[in-house]
Design a protein around this ligand. Sequence first.
Ligand code: GDP
Ligand code: CA
Length: 314
Amino acid sequence: MLSKPSKVLFVITVLSGGVGAARLLSALSGETDPREITAIVNVADDLVLHGLTICPDLDTISYTLAGLNNEELGWGLRGESWRVMEELADLGGAAWFRLGDRDLATHLYRSQRLHEGATKSDVTRELCAHWGVKVRLLPVTNDEVSSEFETEVGHLTFQQYFVSHQHNVKVERIDFVGARKARATPEVLEALEECSRIIIAPSNPLISIDPILEVPGVRSILERRRDDVVAVSPIINGAALKGPADRLLAEMGWEVSSVGVADFYEGLIGTLVIDEADAALSDDIRARGINVRVTTTIMADPANAQRLAQVVLS
Ligand code: GDP
Ligand code: CA
């Protein structure tokens, strides 16, 4: 058993996608004051459906940190019912993107507030205050950014790729439409400049972290602060735990391993945390001028999650 170290007190900023980030943020919250943690969250998966603005990564993180996430599904809220989707399917409506009745309330609330002139950052703050989420969640930008894919079956939006095709098609190119023109919010740039450590969550490098890095200002801060940047590899033993990170790395020409992750983040990180299963790759990663920490990184096991959070903070 690991004894619990005295609480570390310093301010950290975490570049975040969905599930991998939510798990890491939750573990970090157990090891340090959650009010000292800021998550900068990807918005390139966001979509408008039924006229509602849906932010999958922000919602996954806030539901998880609030203890409201649906563990069986791996997305959405617990205790969910599906009355609206059943009626919608009967009408022949767009029921392919499942939205539970409880979850719909989040999207209704957000969409109405946006319509009234609030920003995505405002709404995120309001929802987090309501749920008692203490980690500060910041969408990287309030401007529109969307991941789009050129594939063997043609052009696909993010959710067409991810949900309709279940990421089972060959991708030729990924574009983050709007990213170059988007403005990072002032709180985002400040959080990146002022924190004592920047962490890159074990999220999908190509579709969760890259669209954050593409927003002007973000990548250059990481380059400048690279000694303070620690990434956690989402690839363990040559595979992603979930989702298409492994497949997309290969399709975009990167090695499918923690070494490929190190190459992808070259120039941006000082340290890469890799799983014990990949300990043999340490020298290859160090040869790239990146420090390596080896630990258990599969956070489904709470003891692993705790140990990973301690390593990331140490
Ligand atoms: P999404 O937006 O929900 O698809 O999620 P993310 O972009 O955050 O990330 C999915 C990635 O997180 C996958 O590549 C997984 O391999 C990785 N991941 C999920 N859980 C864990 C975990 O417990 N440990 C590590 N190391 N990676 C994880
Ligand atoms: Ca996502």
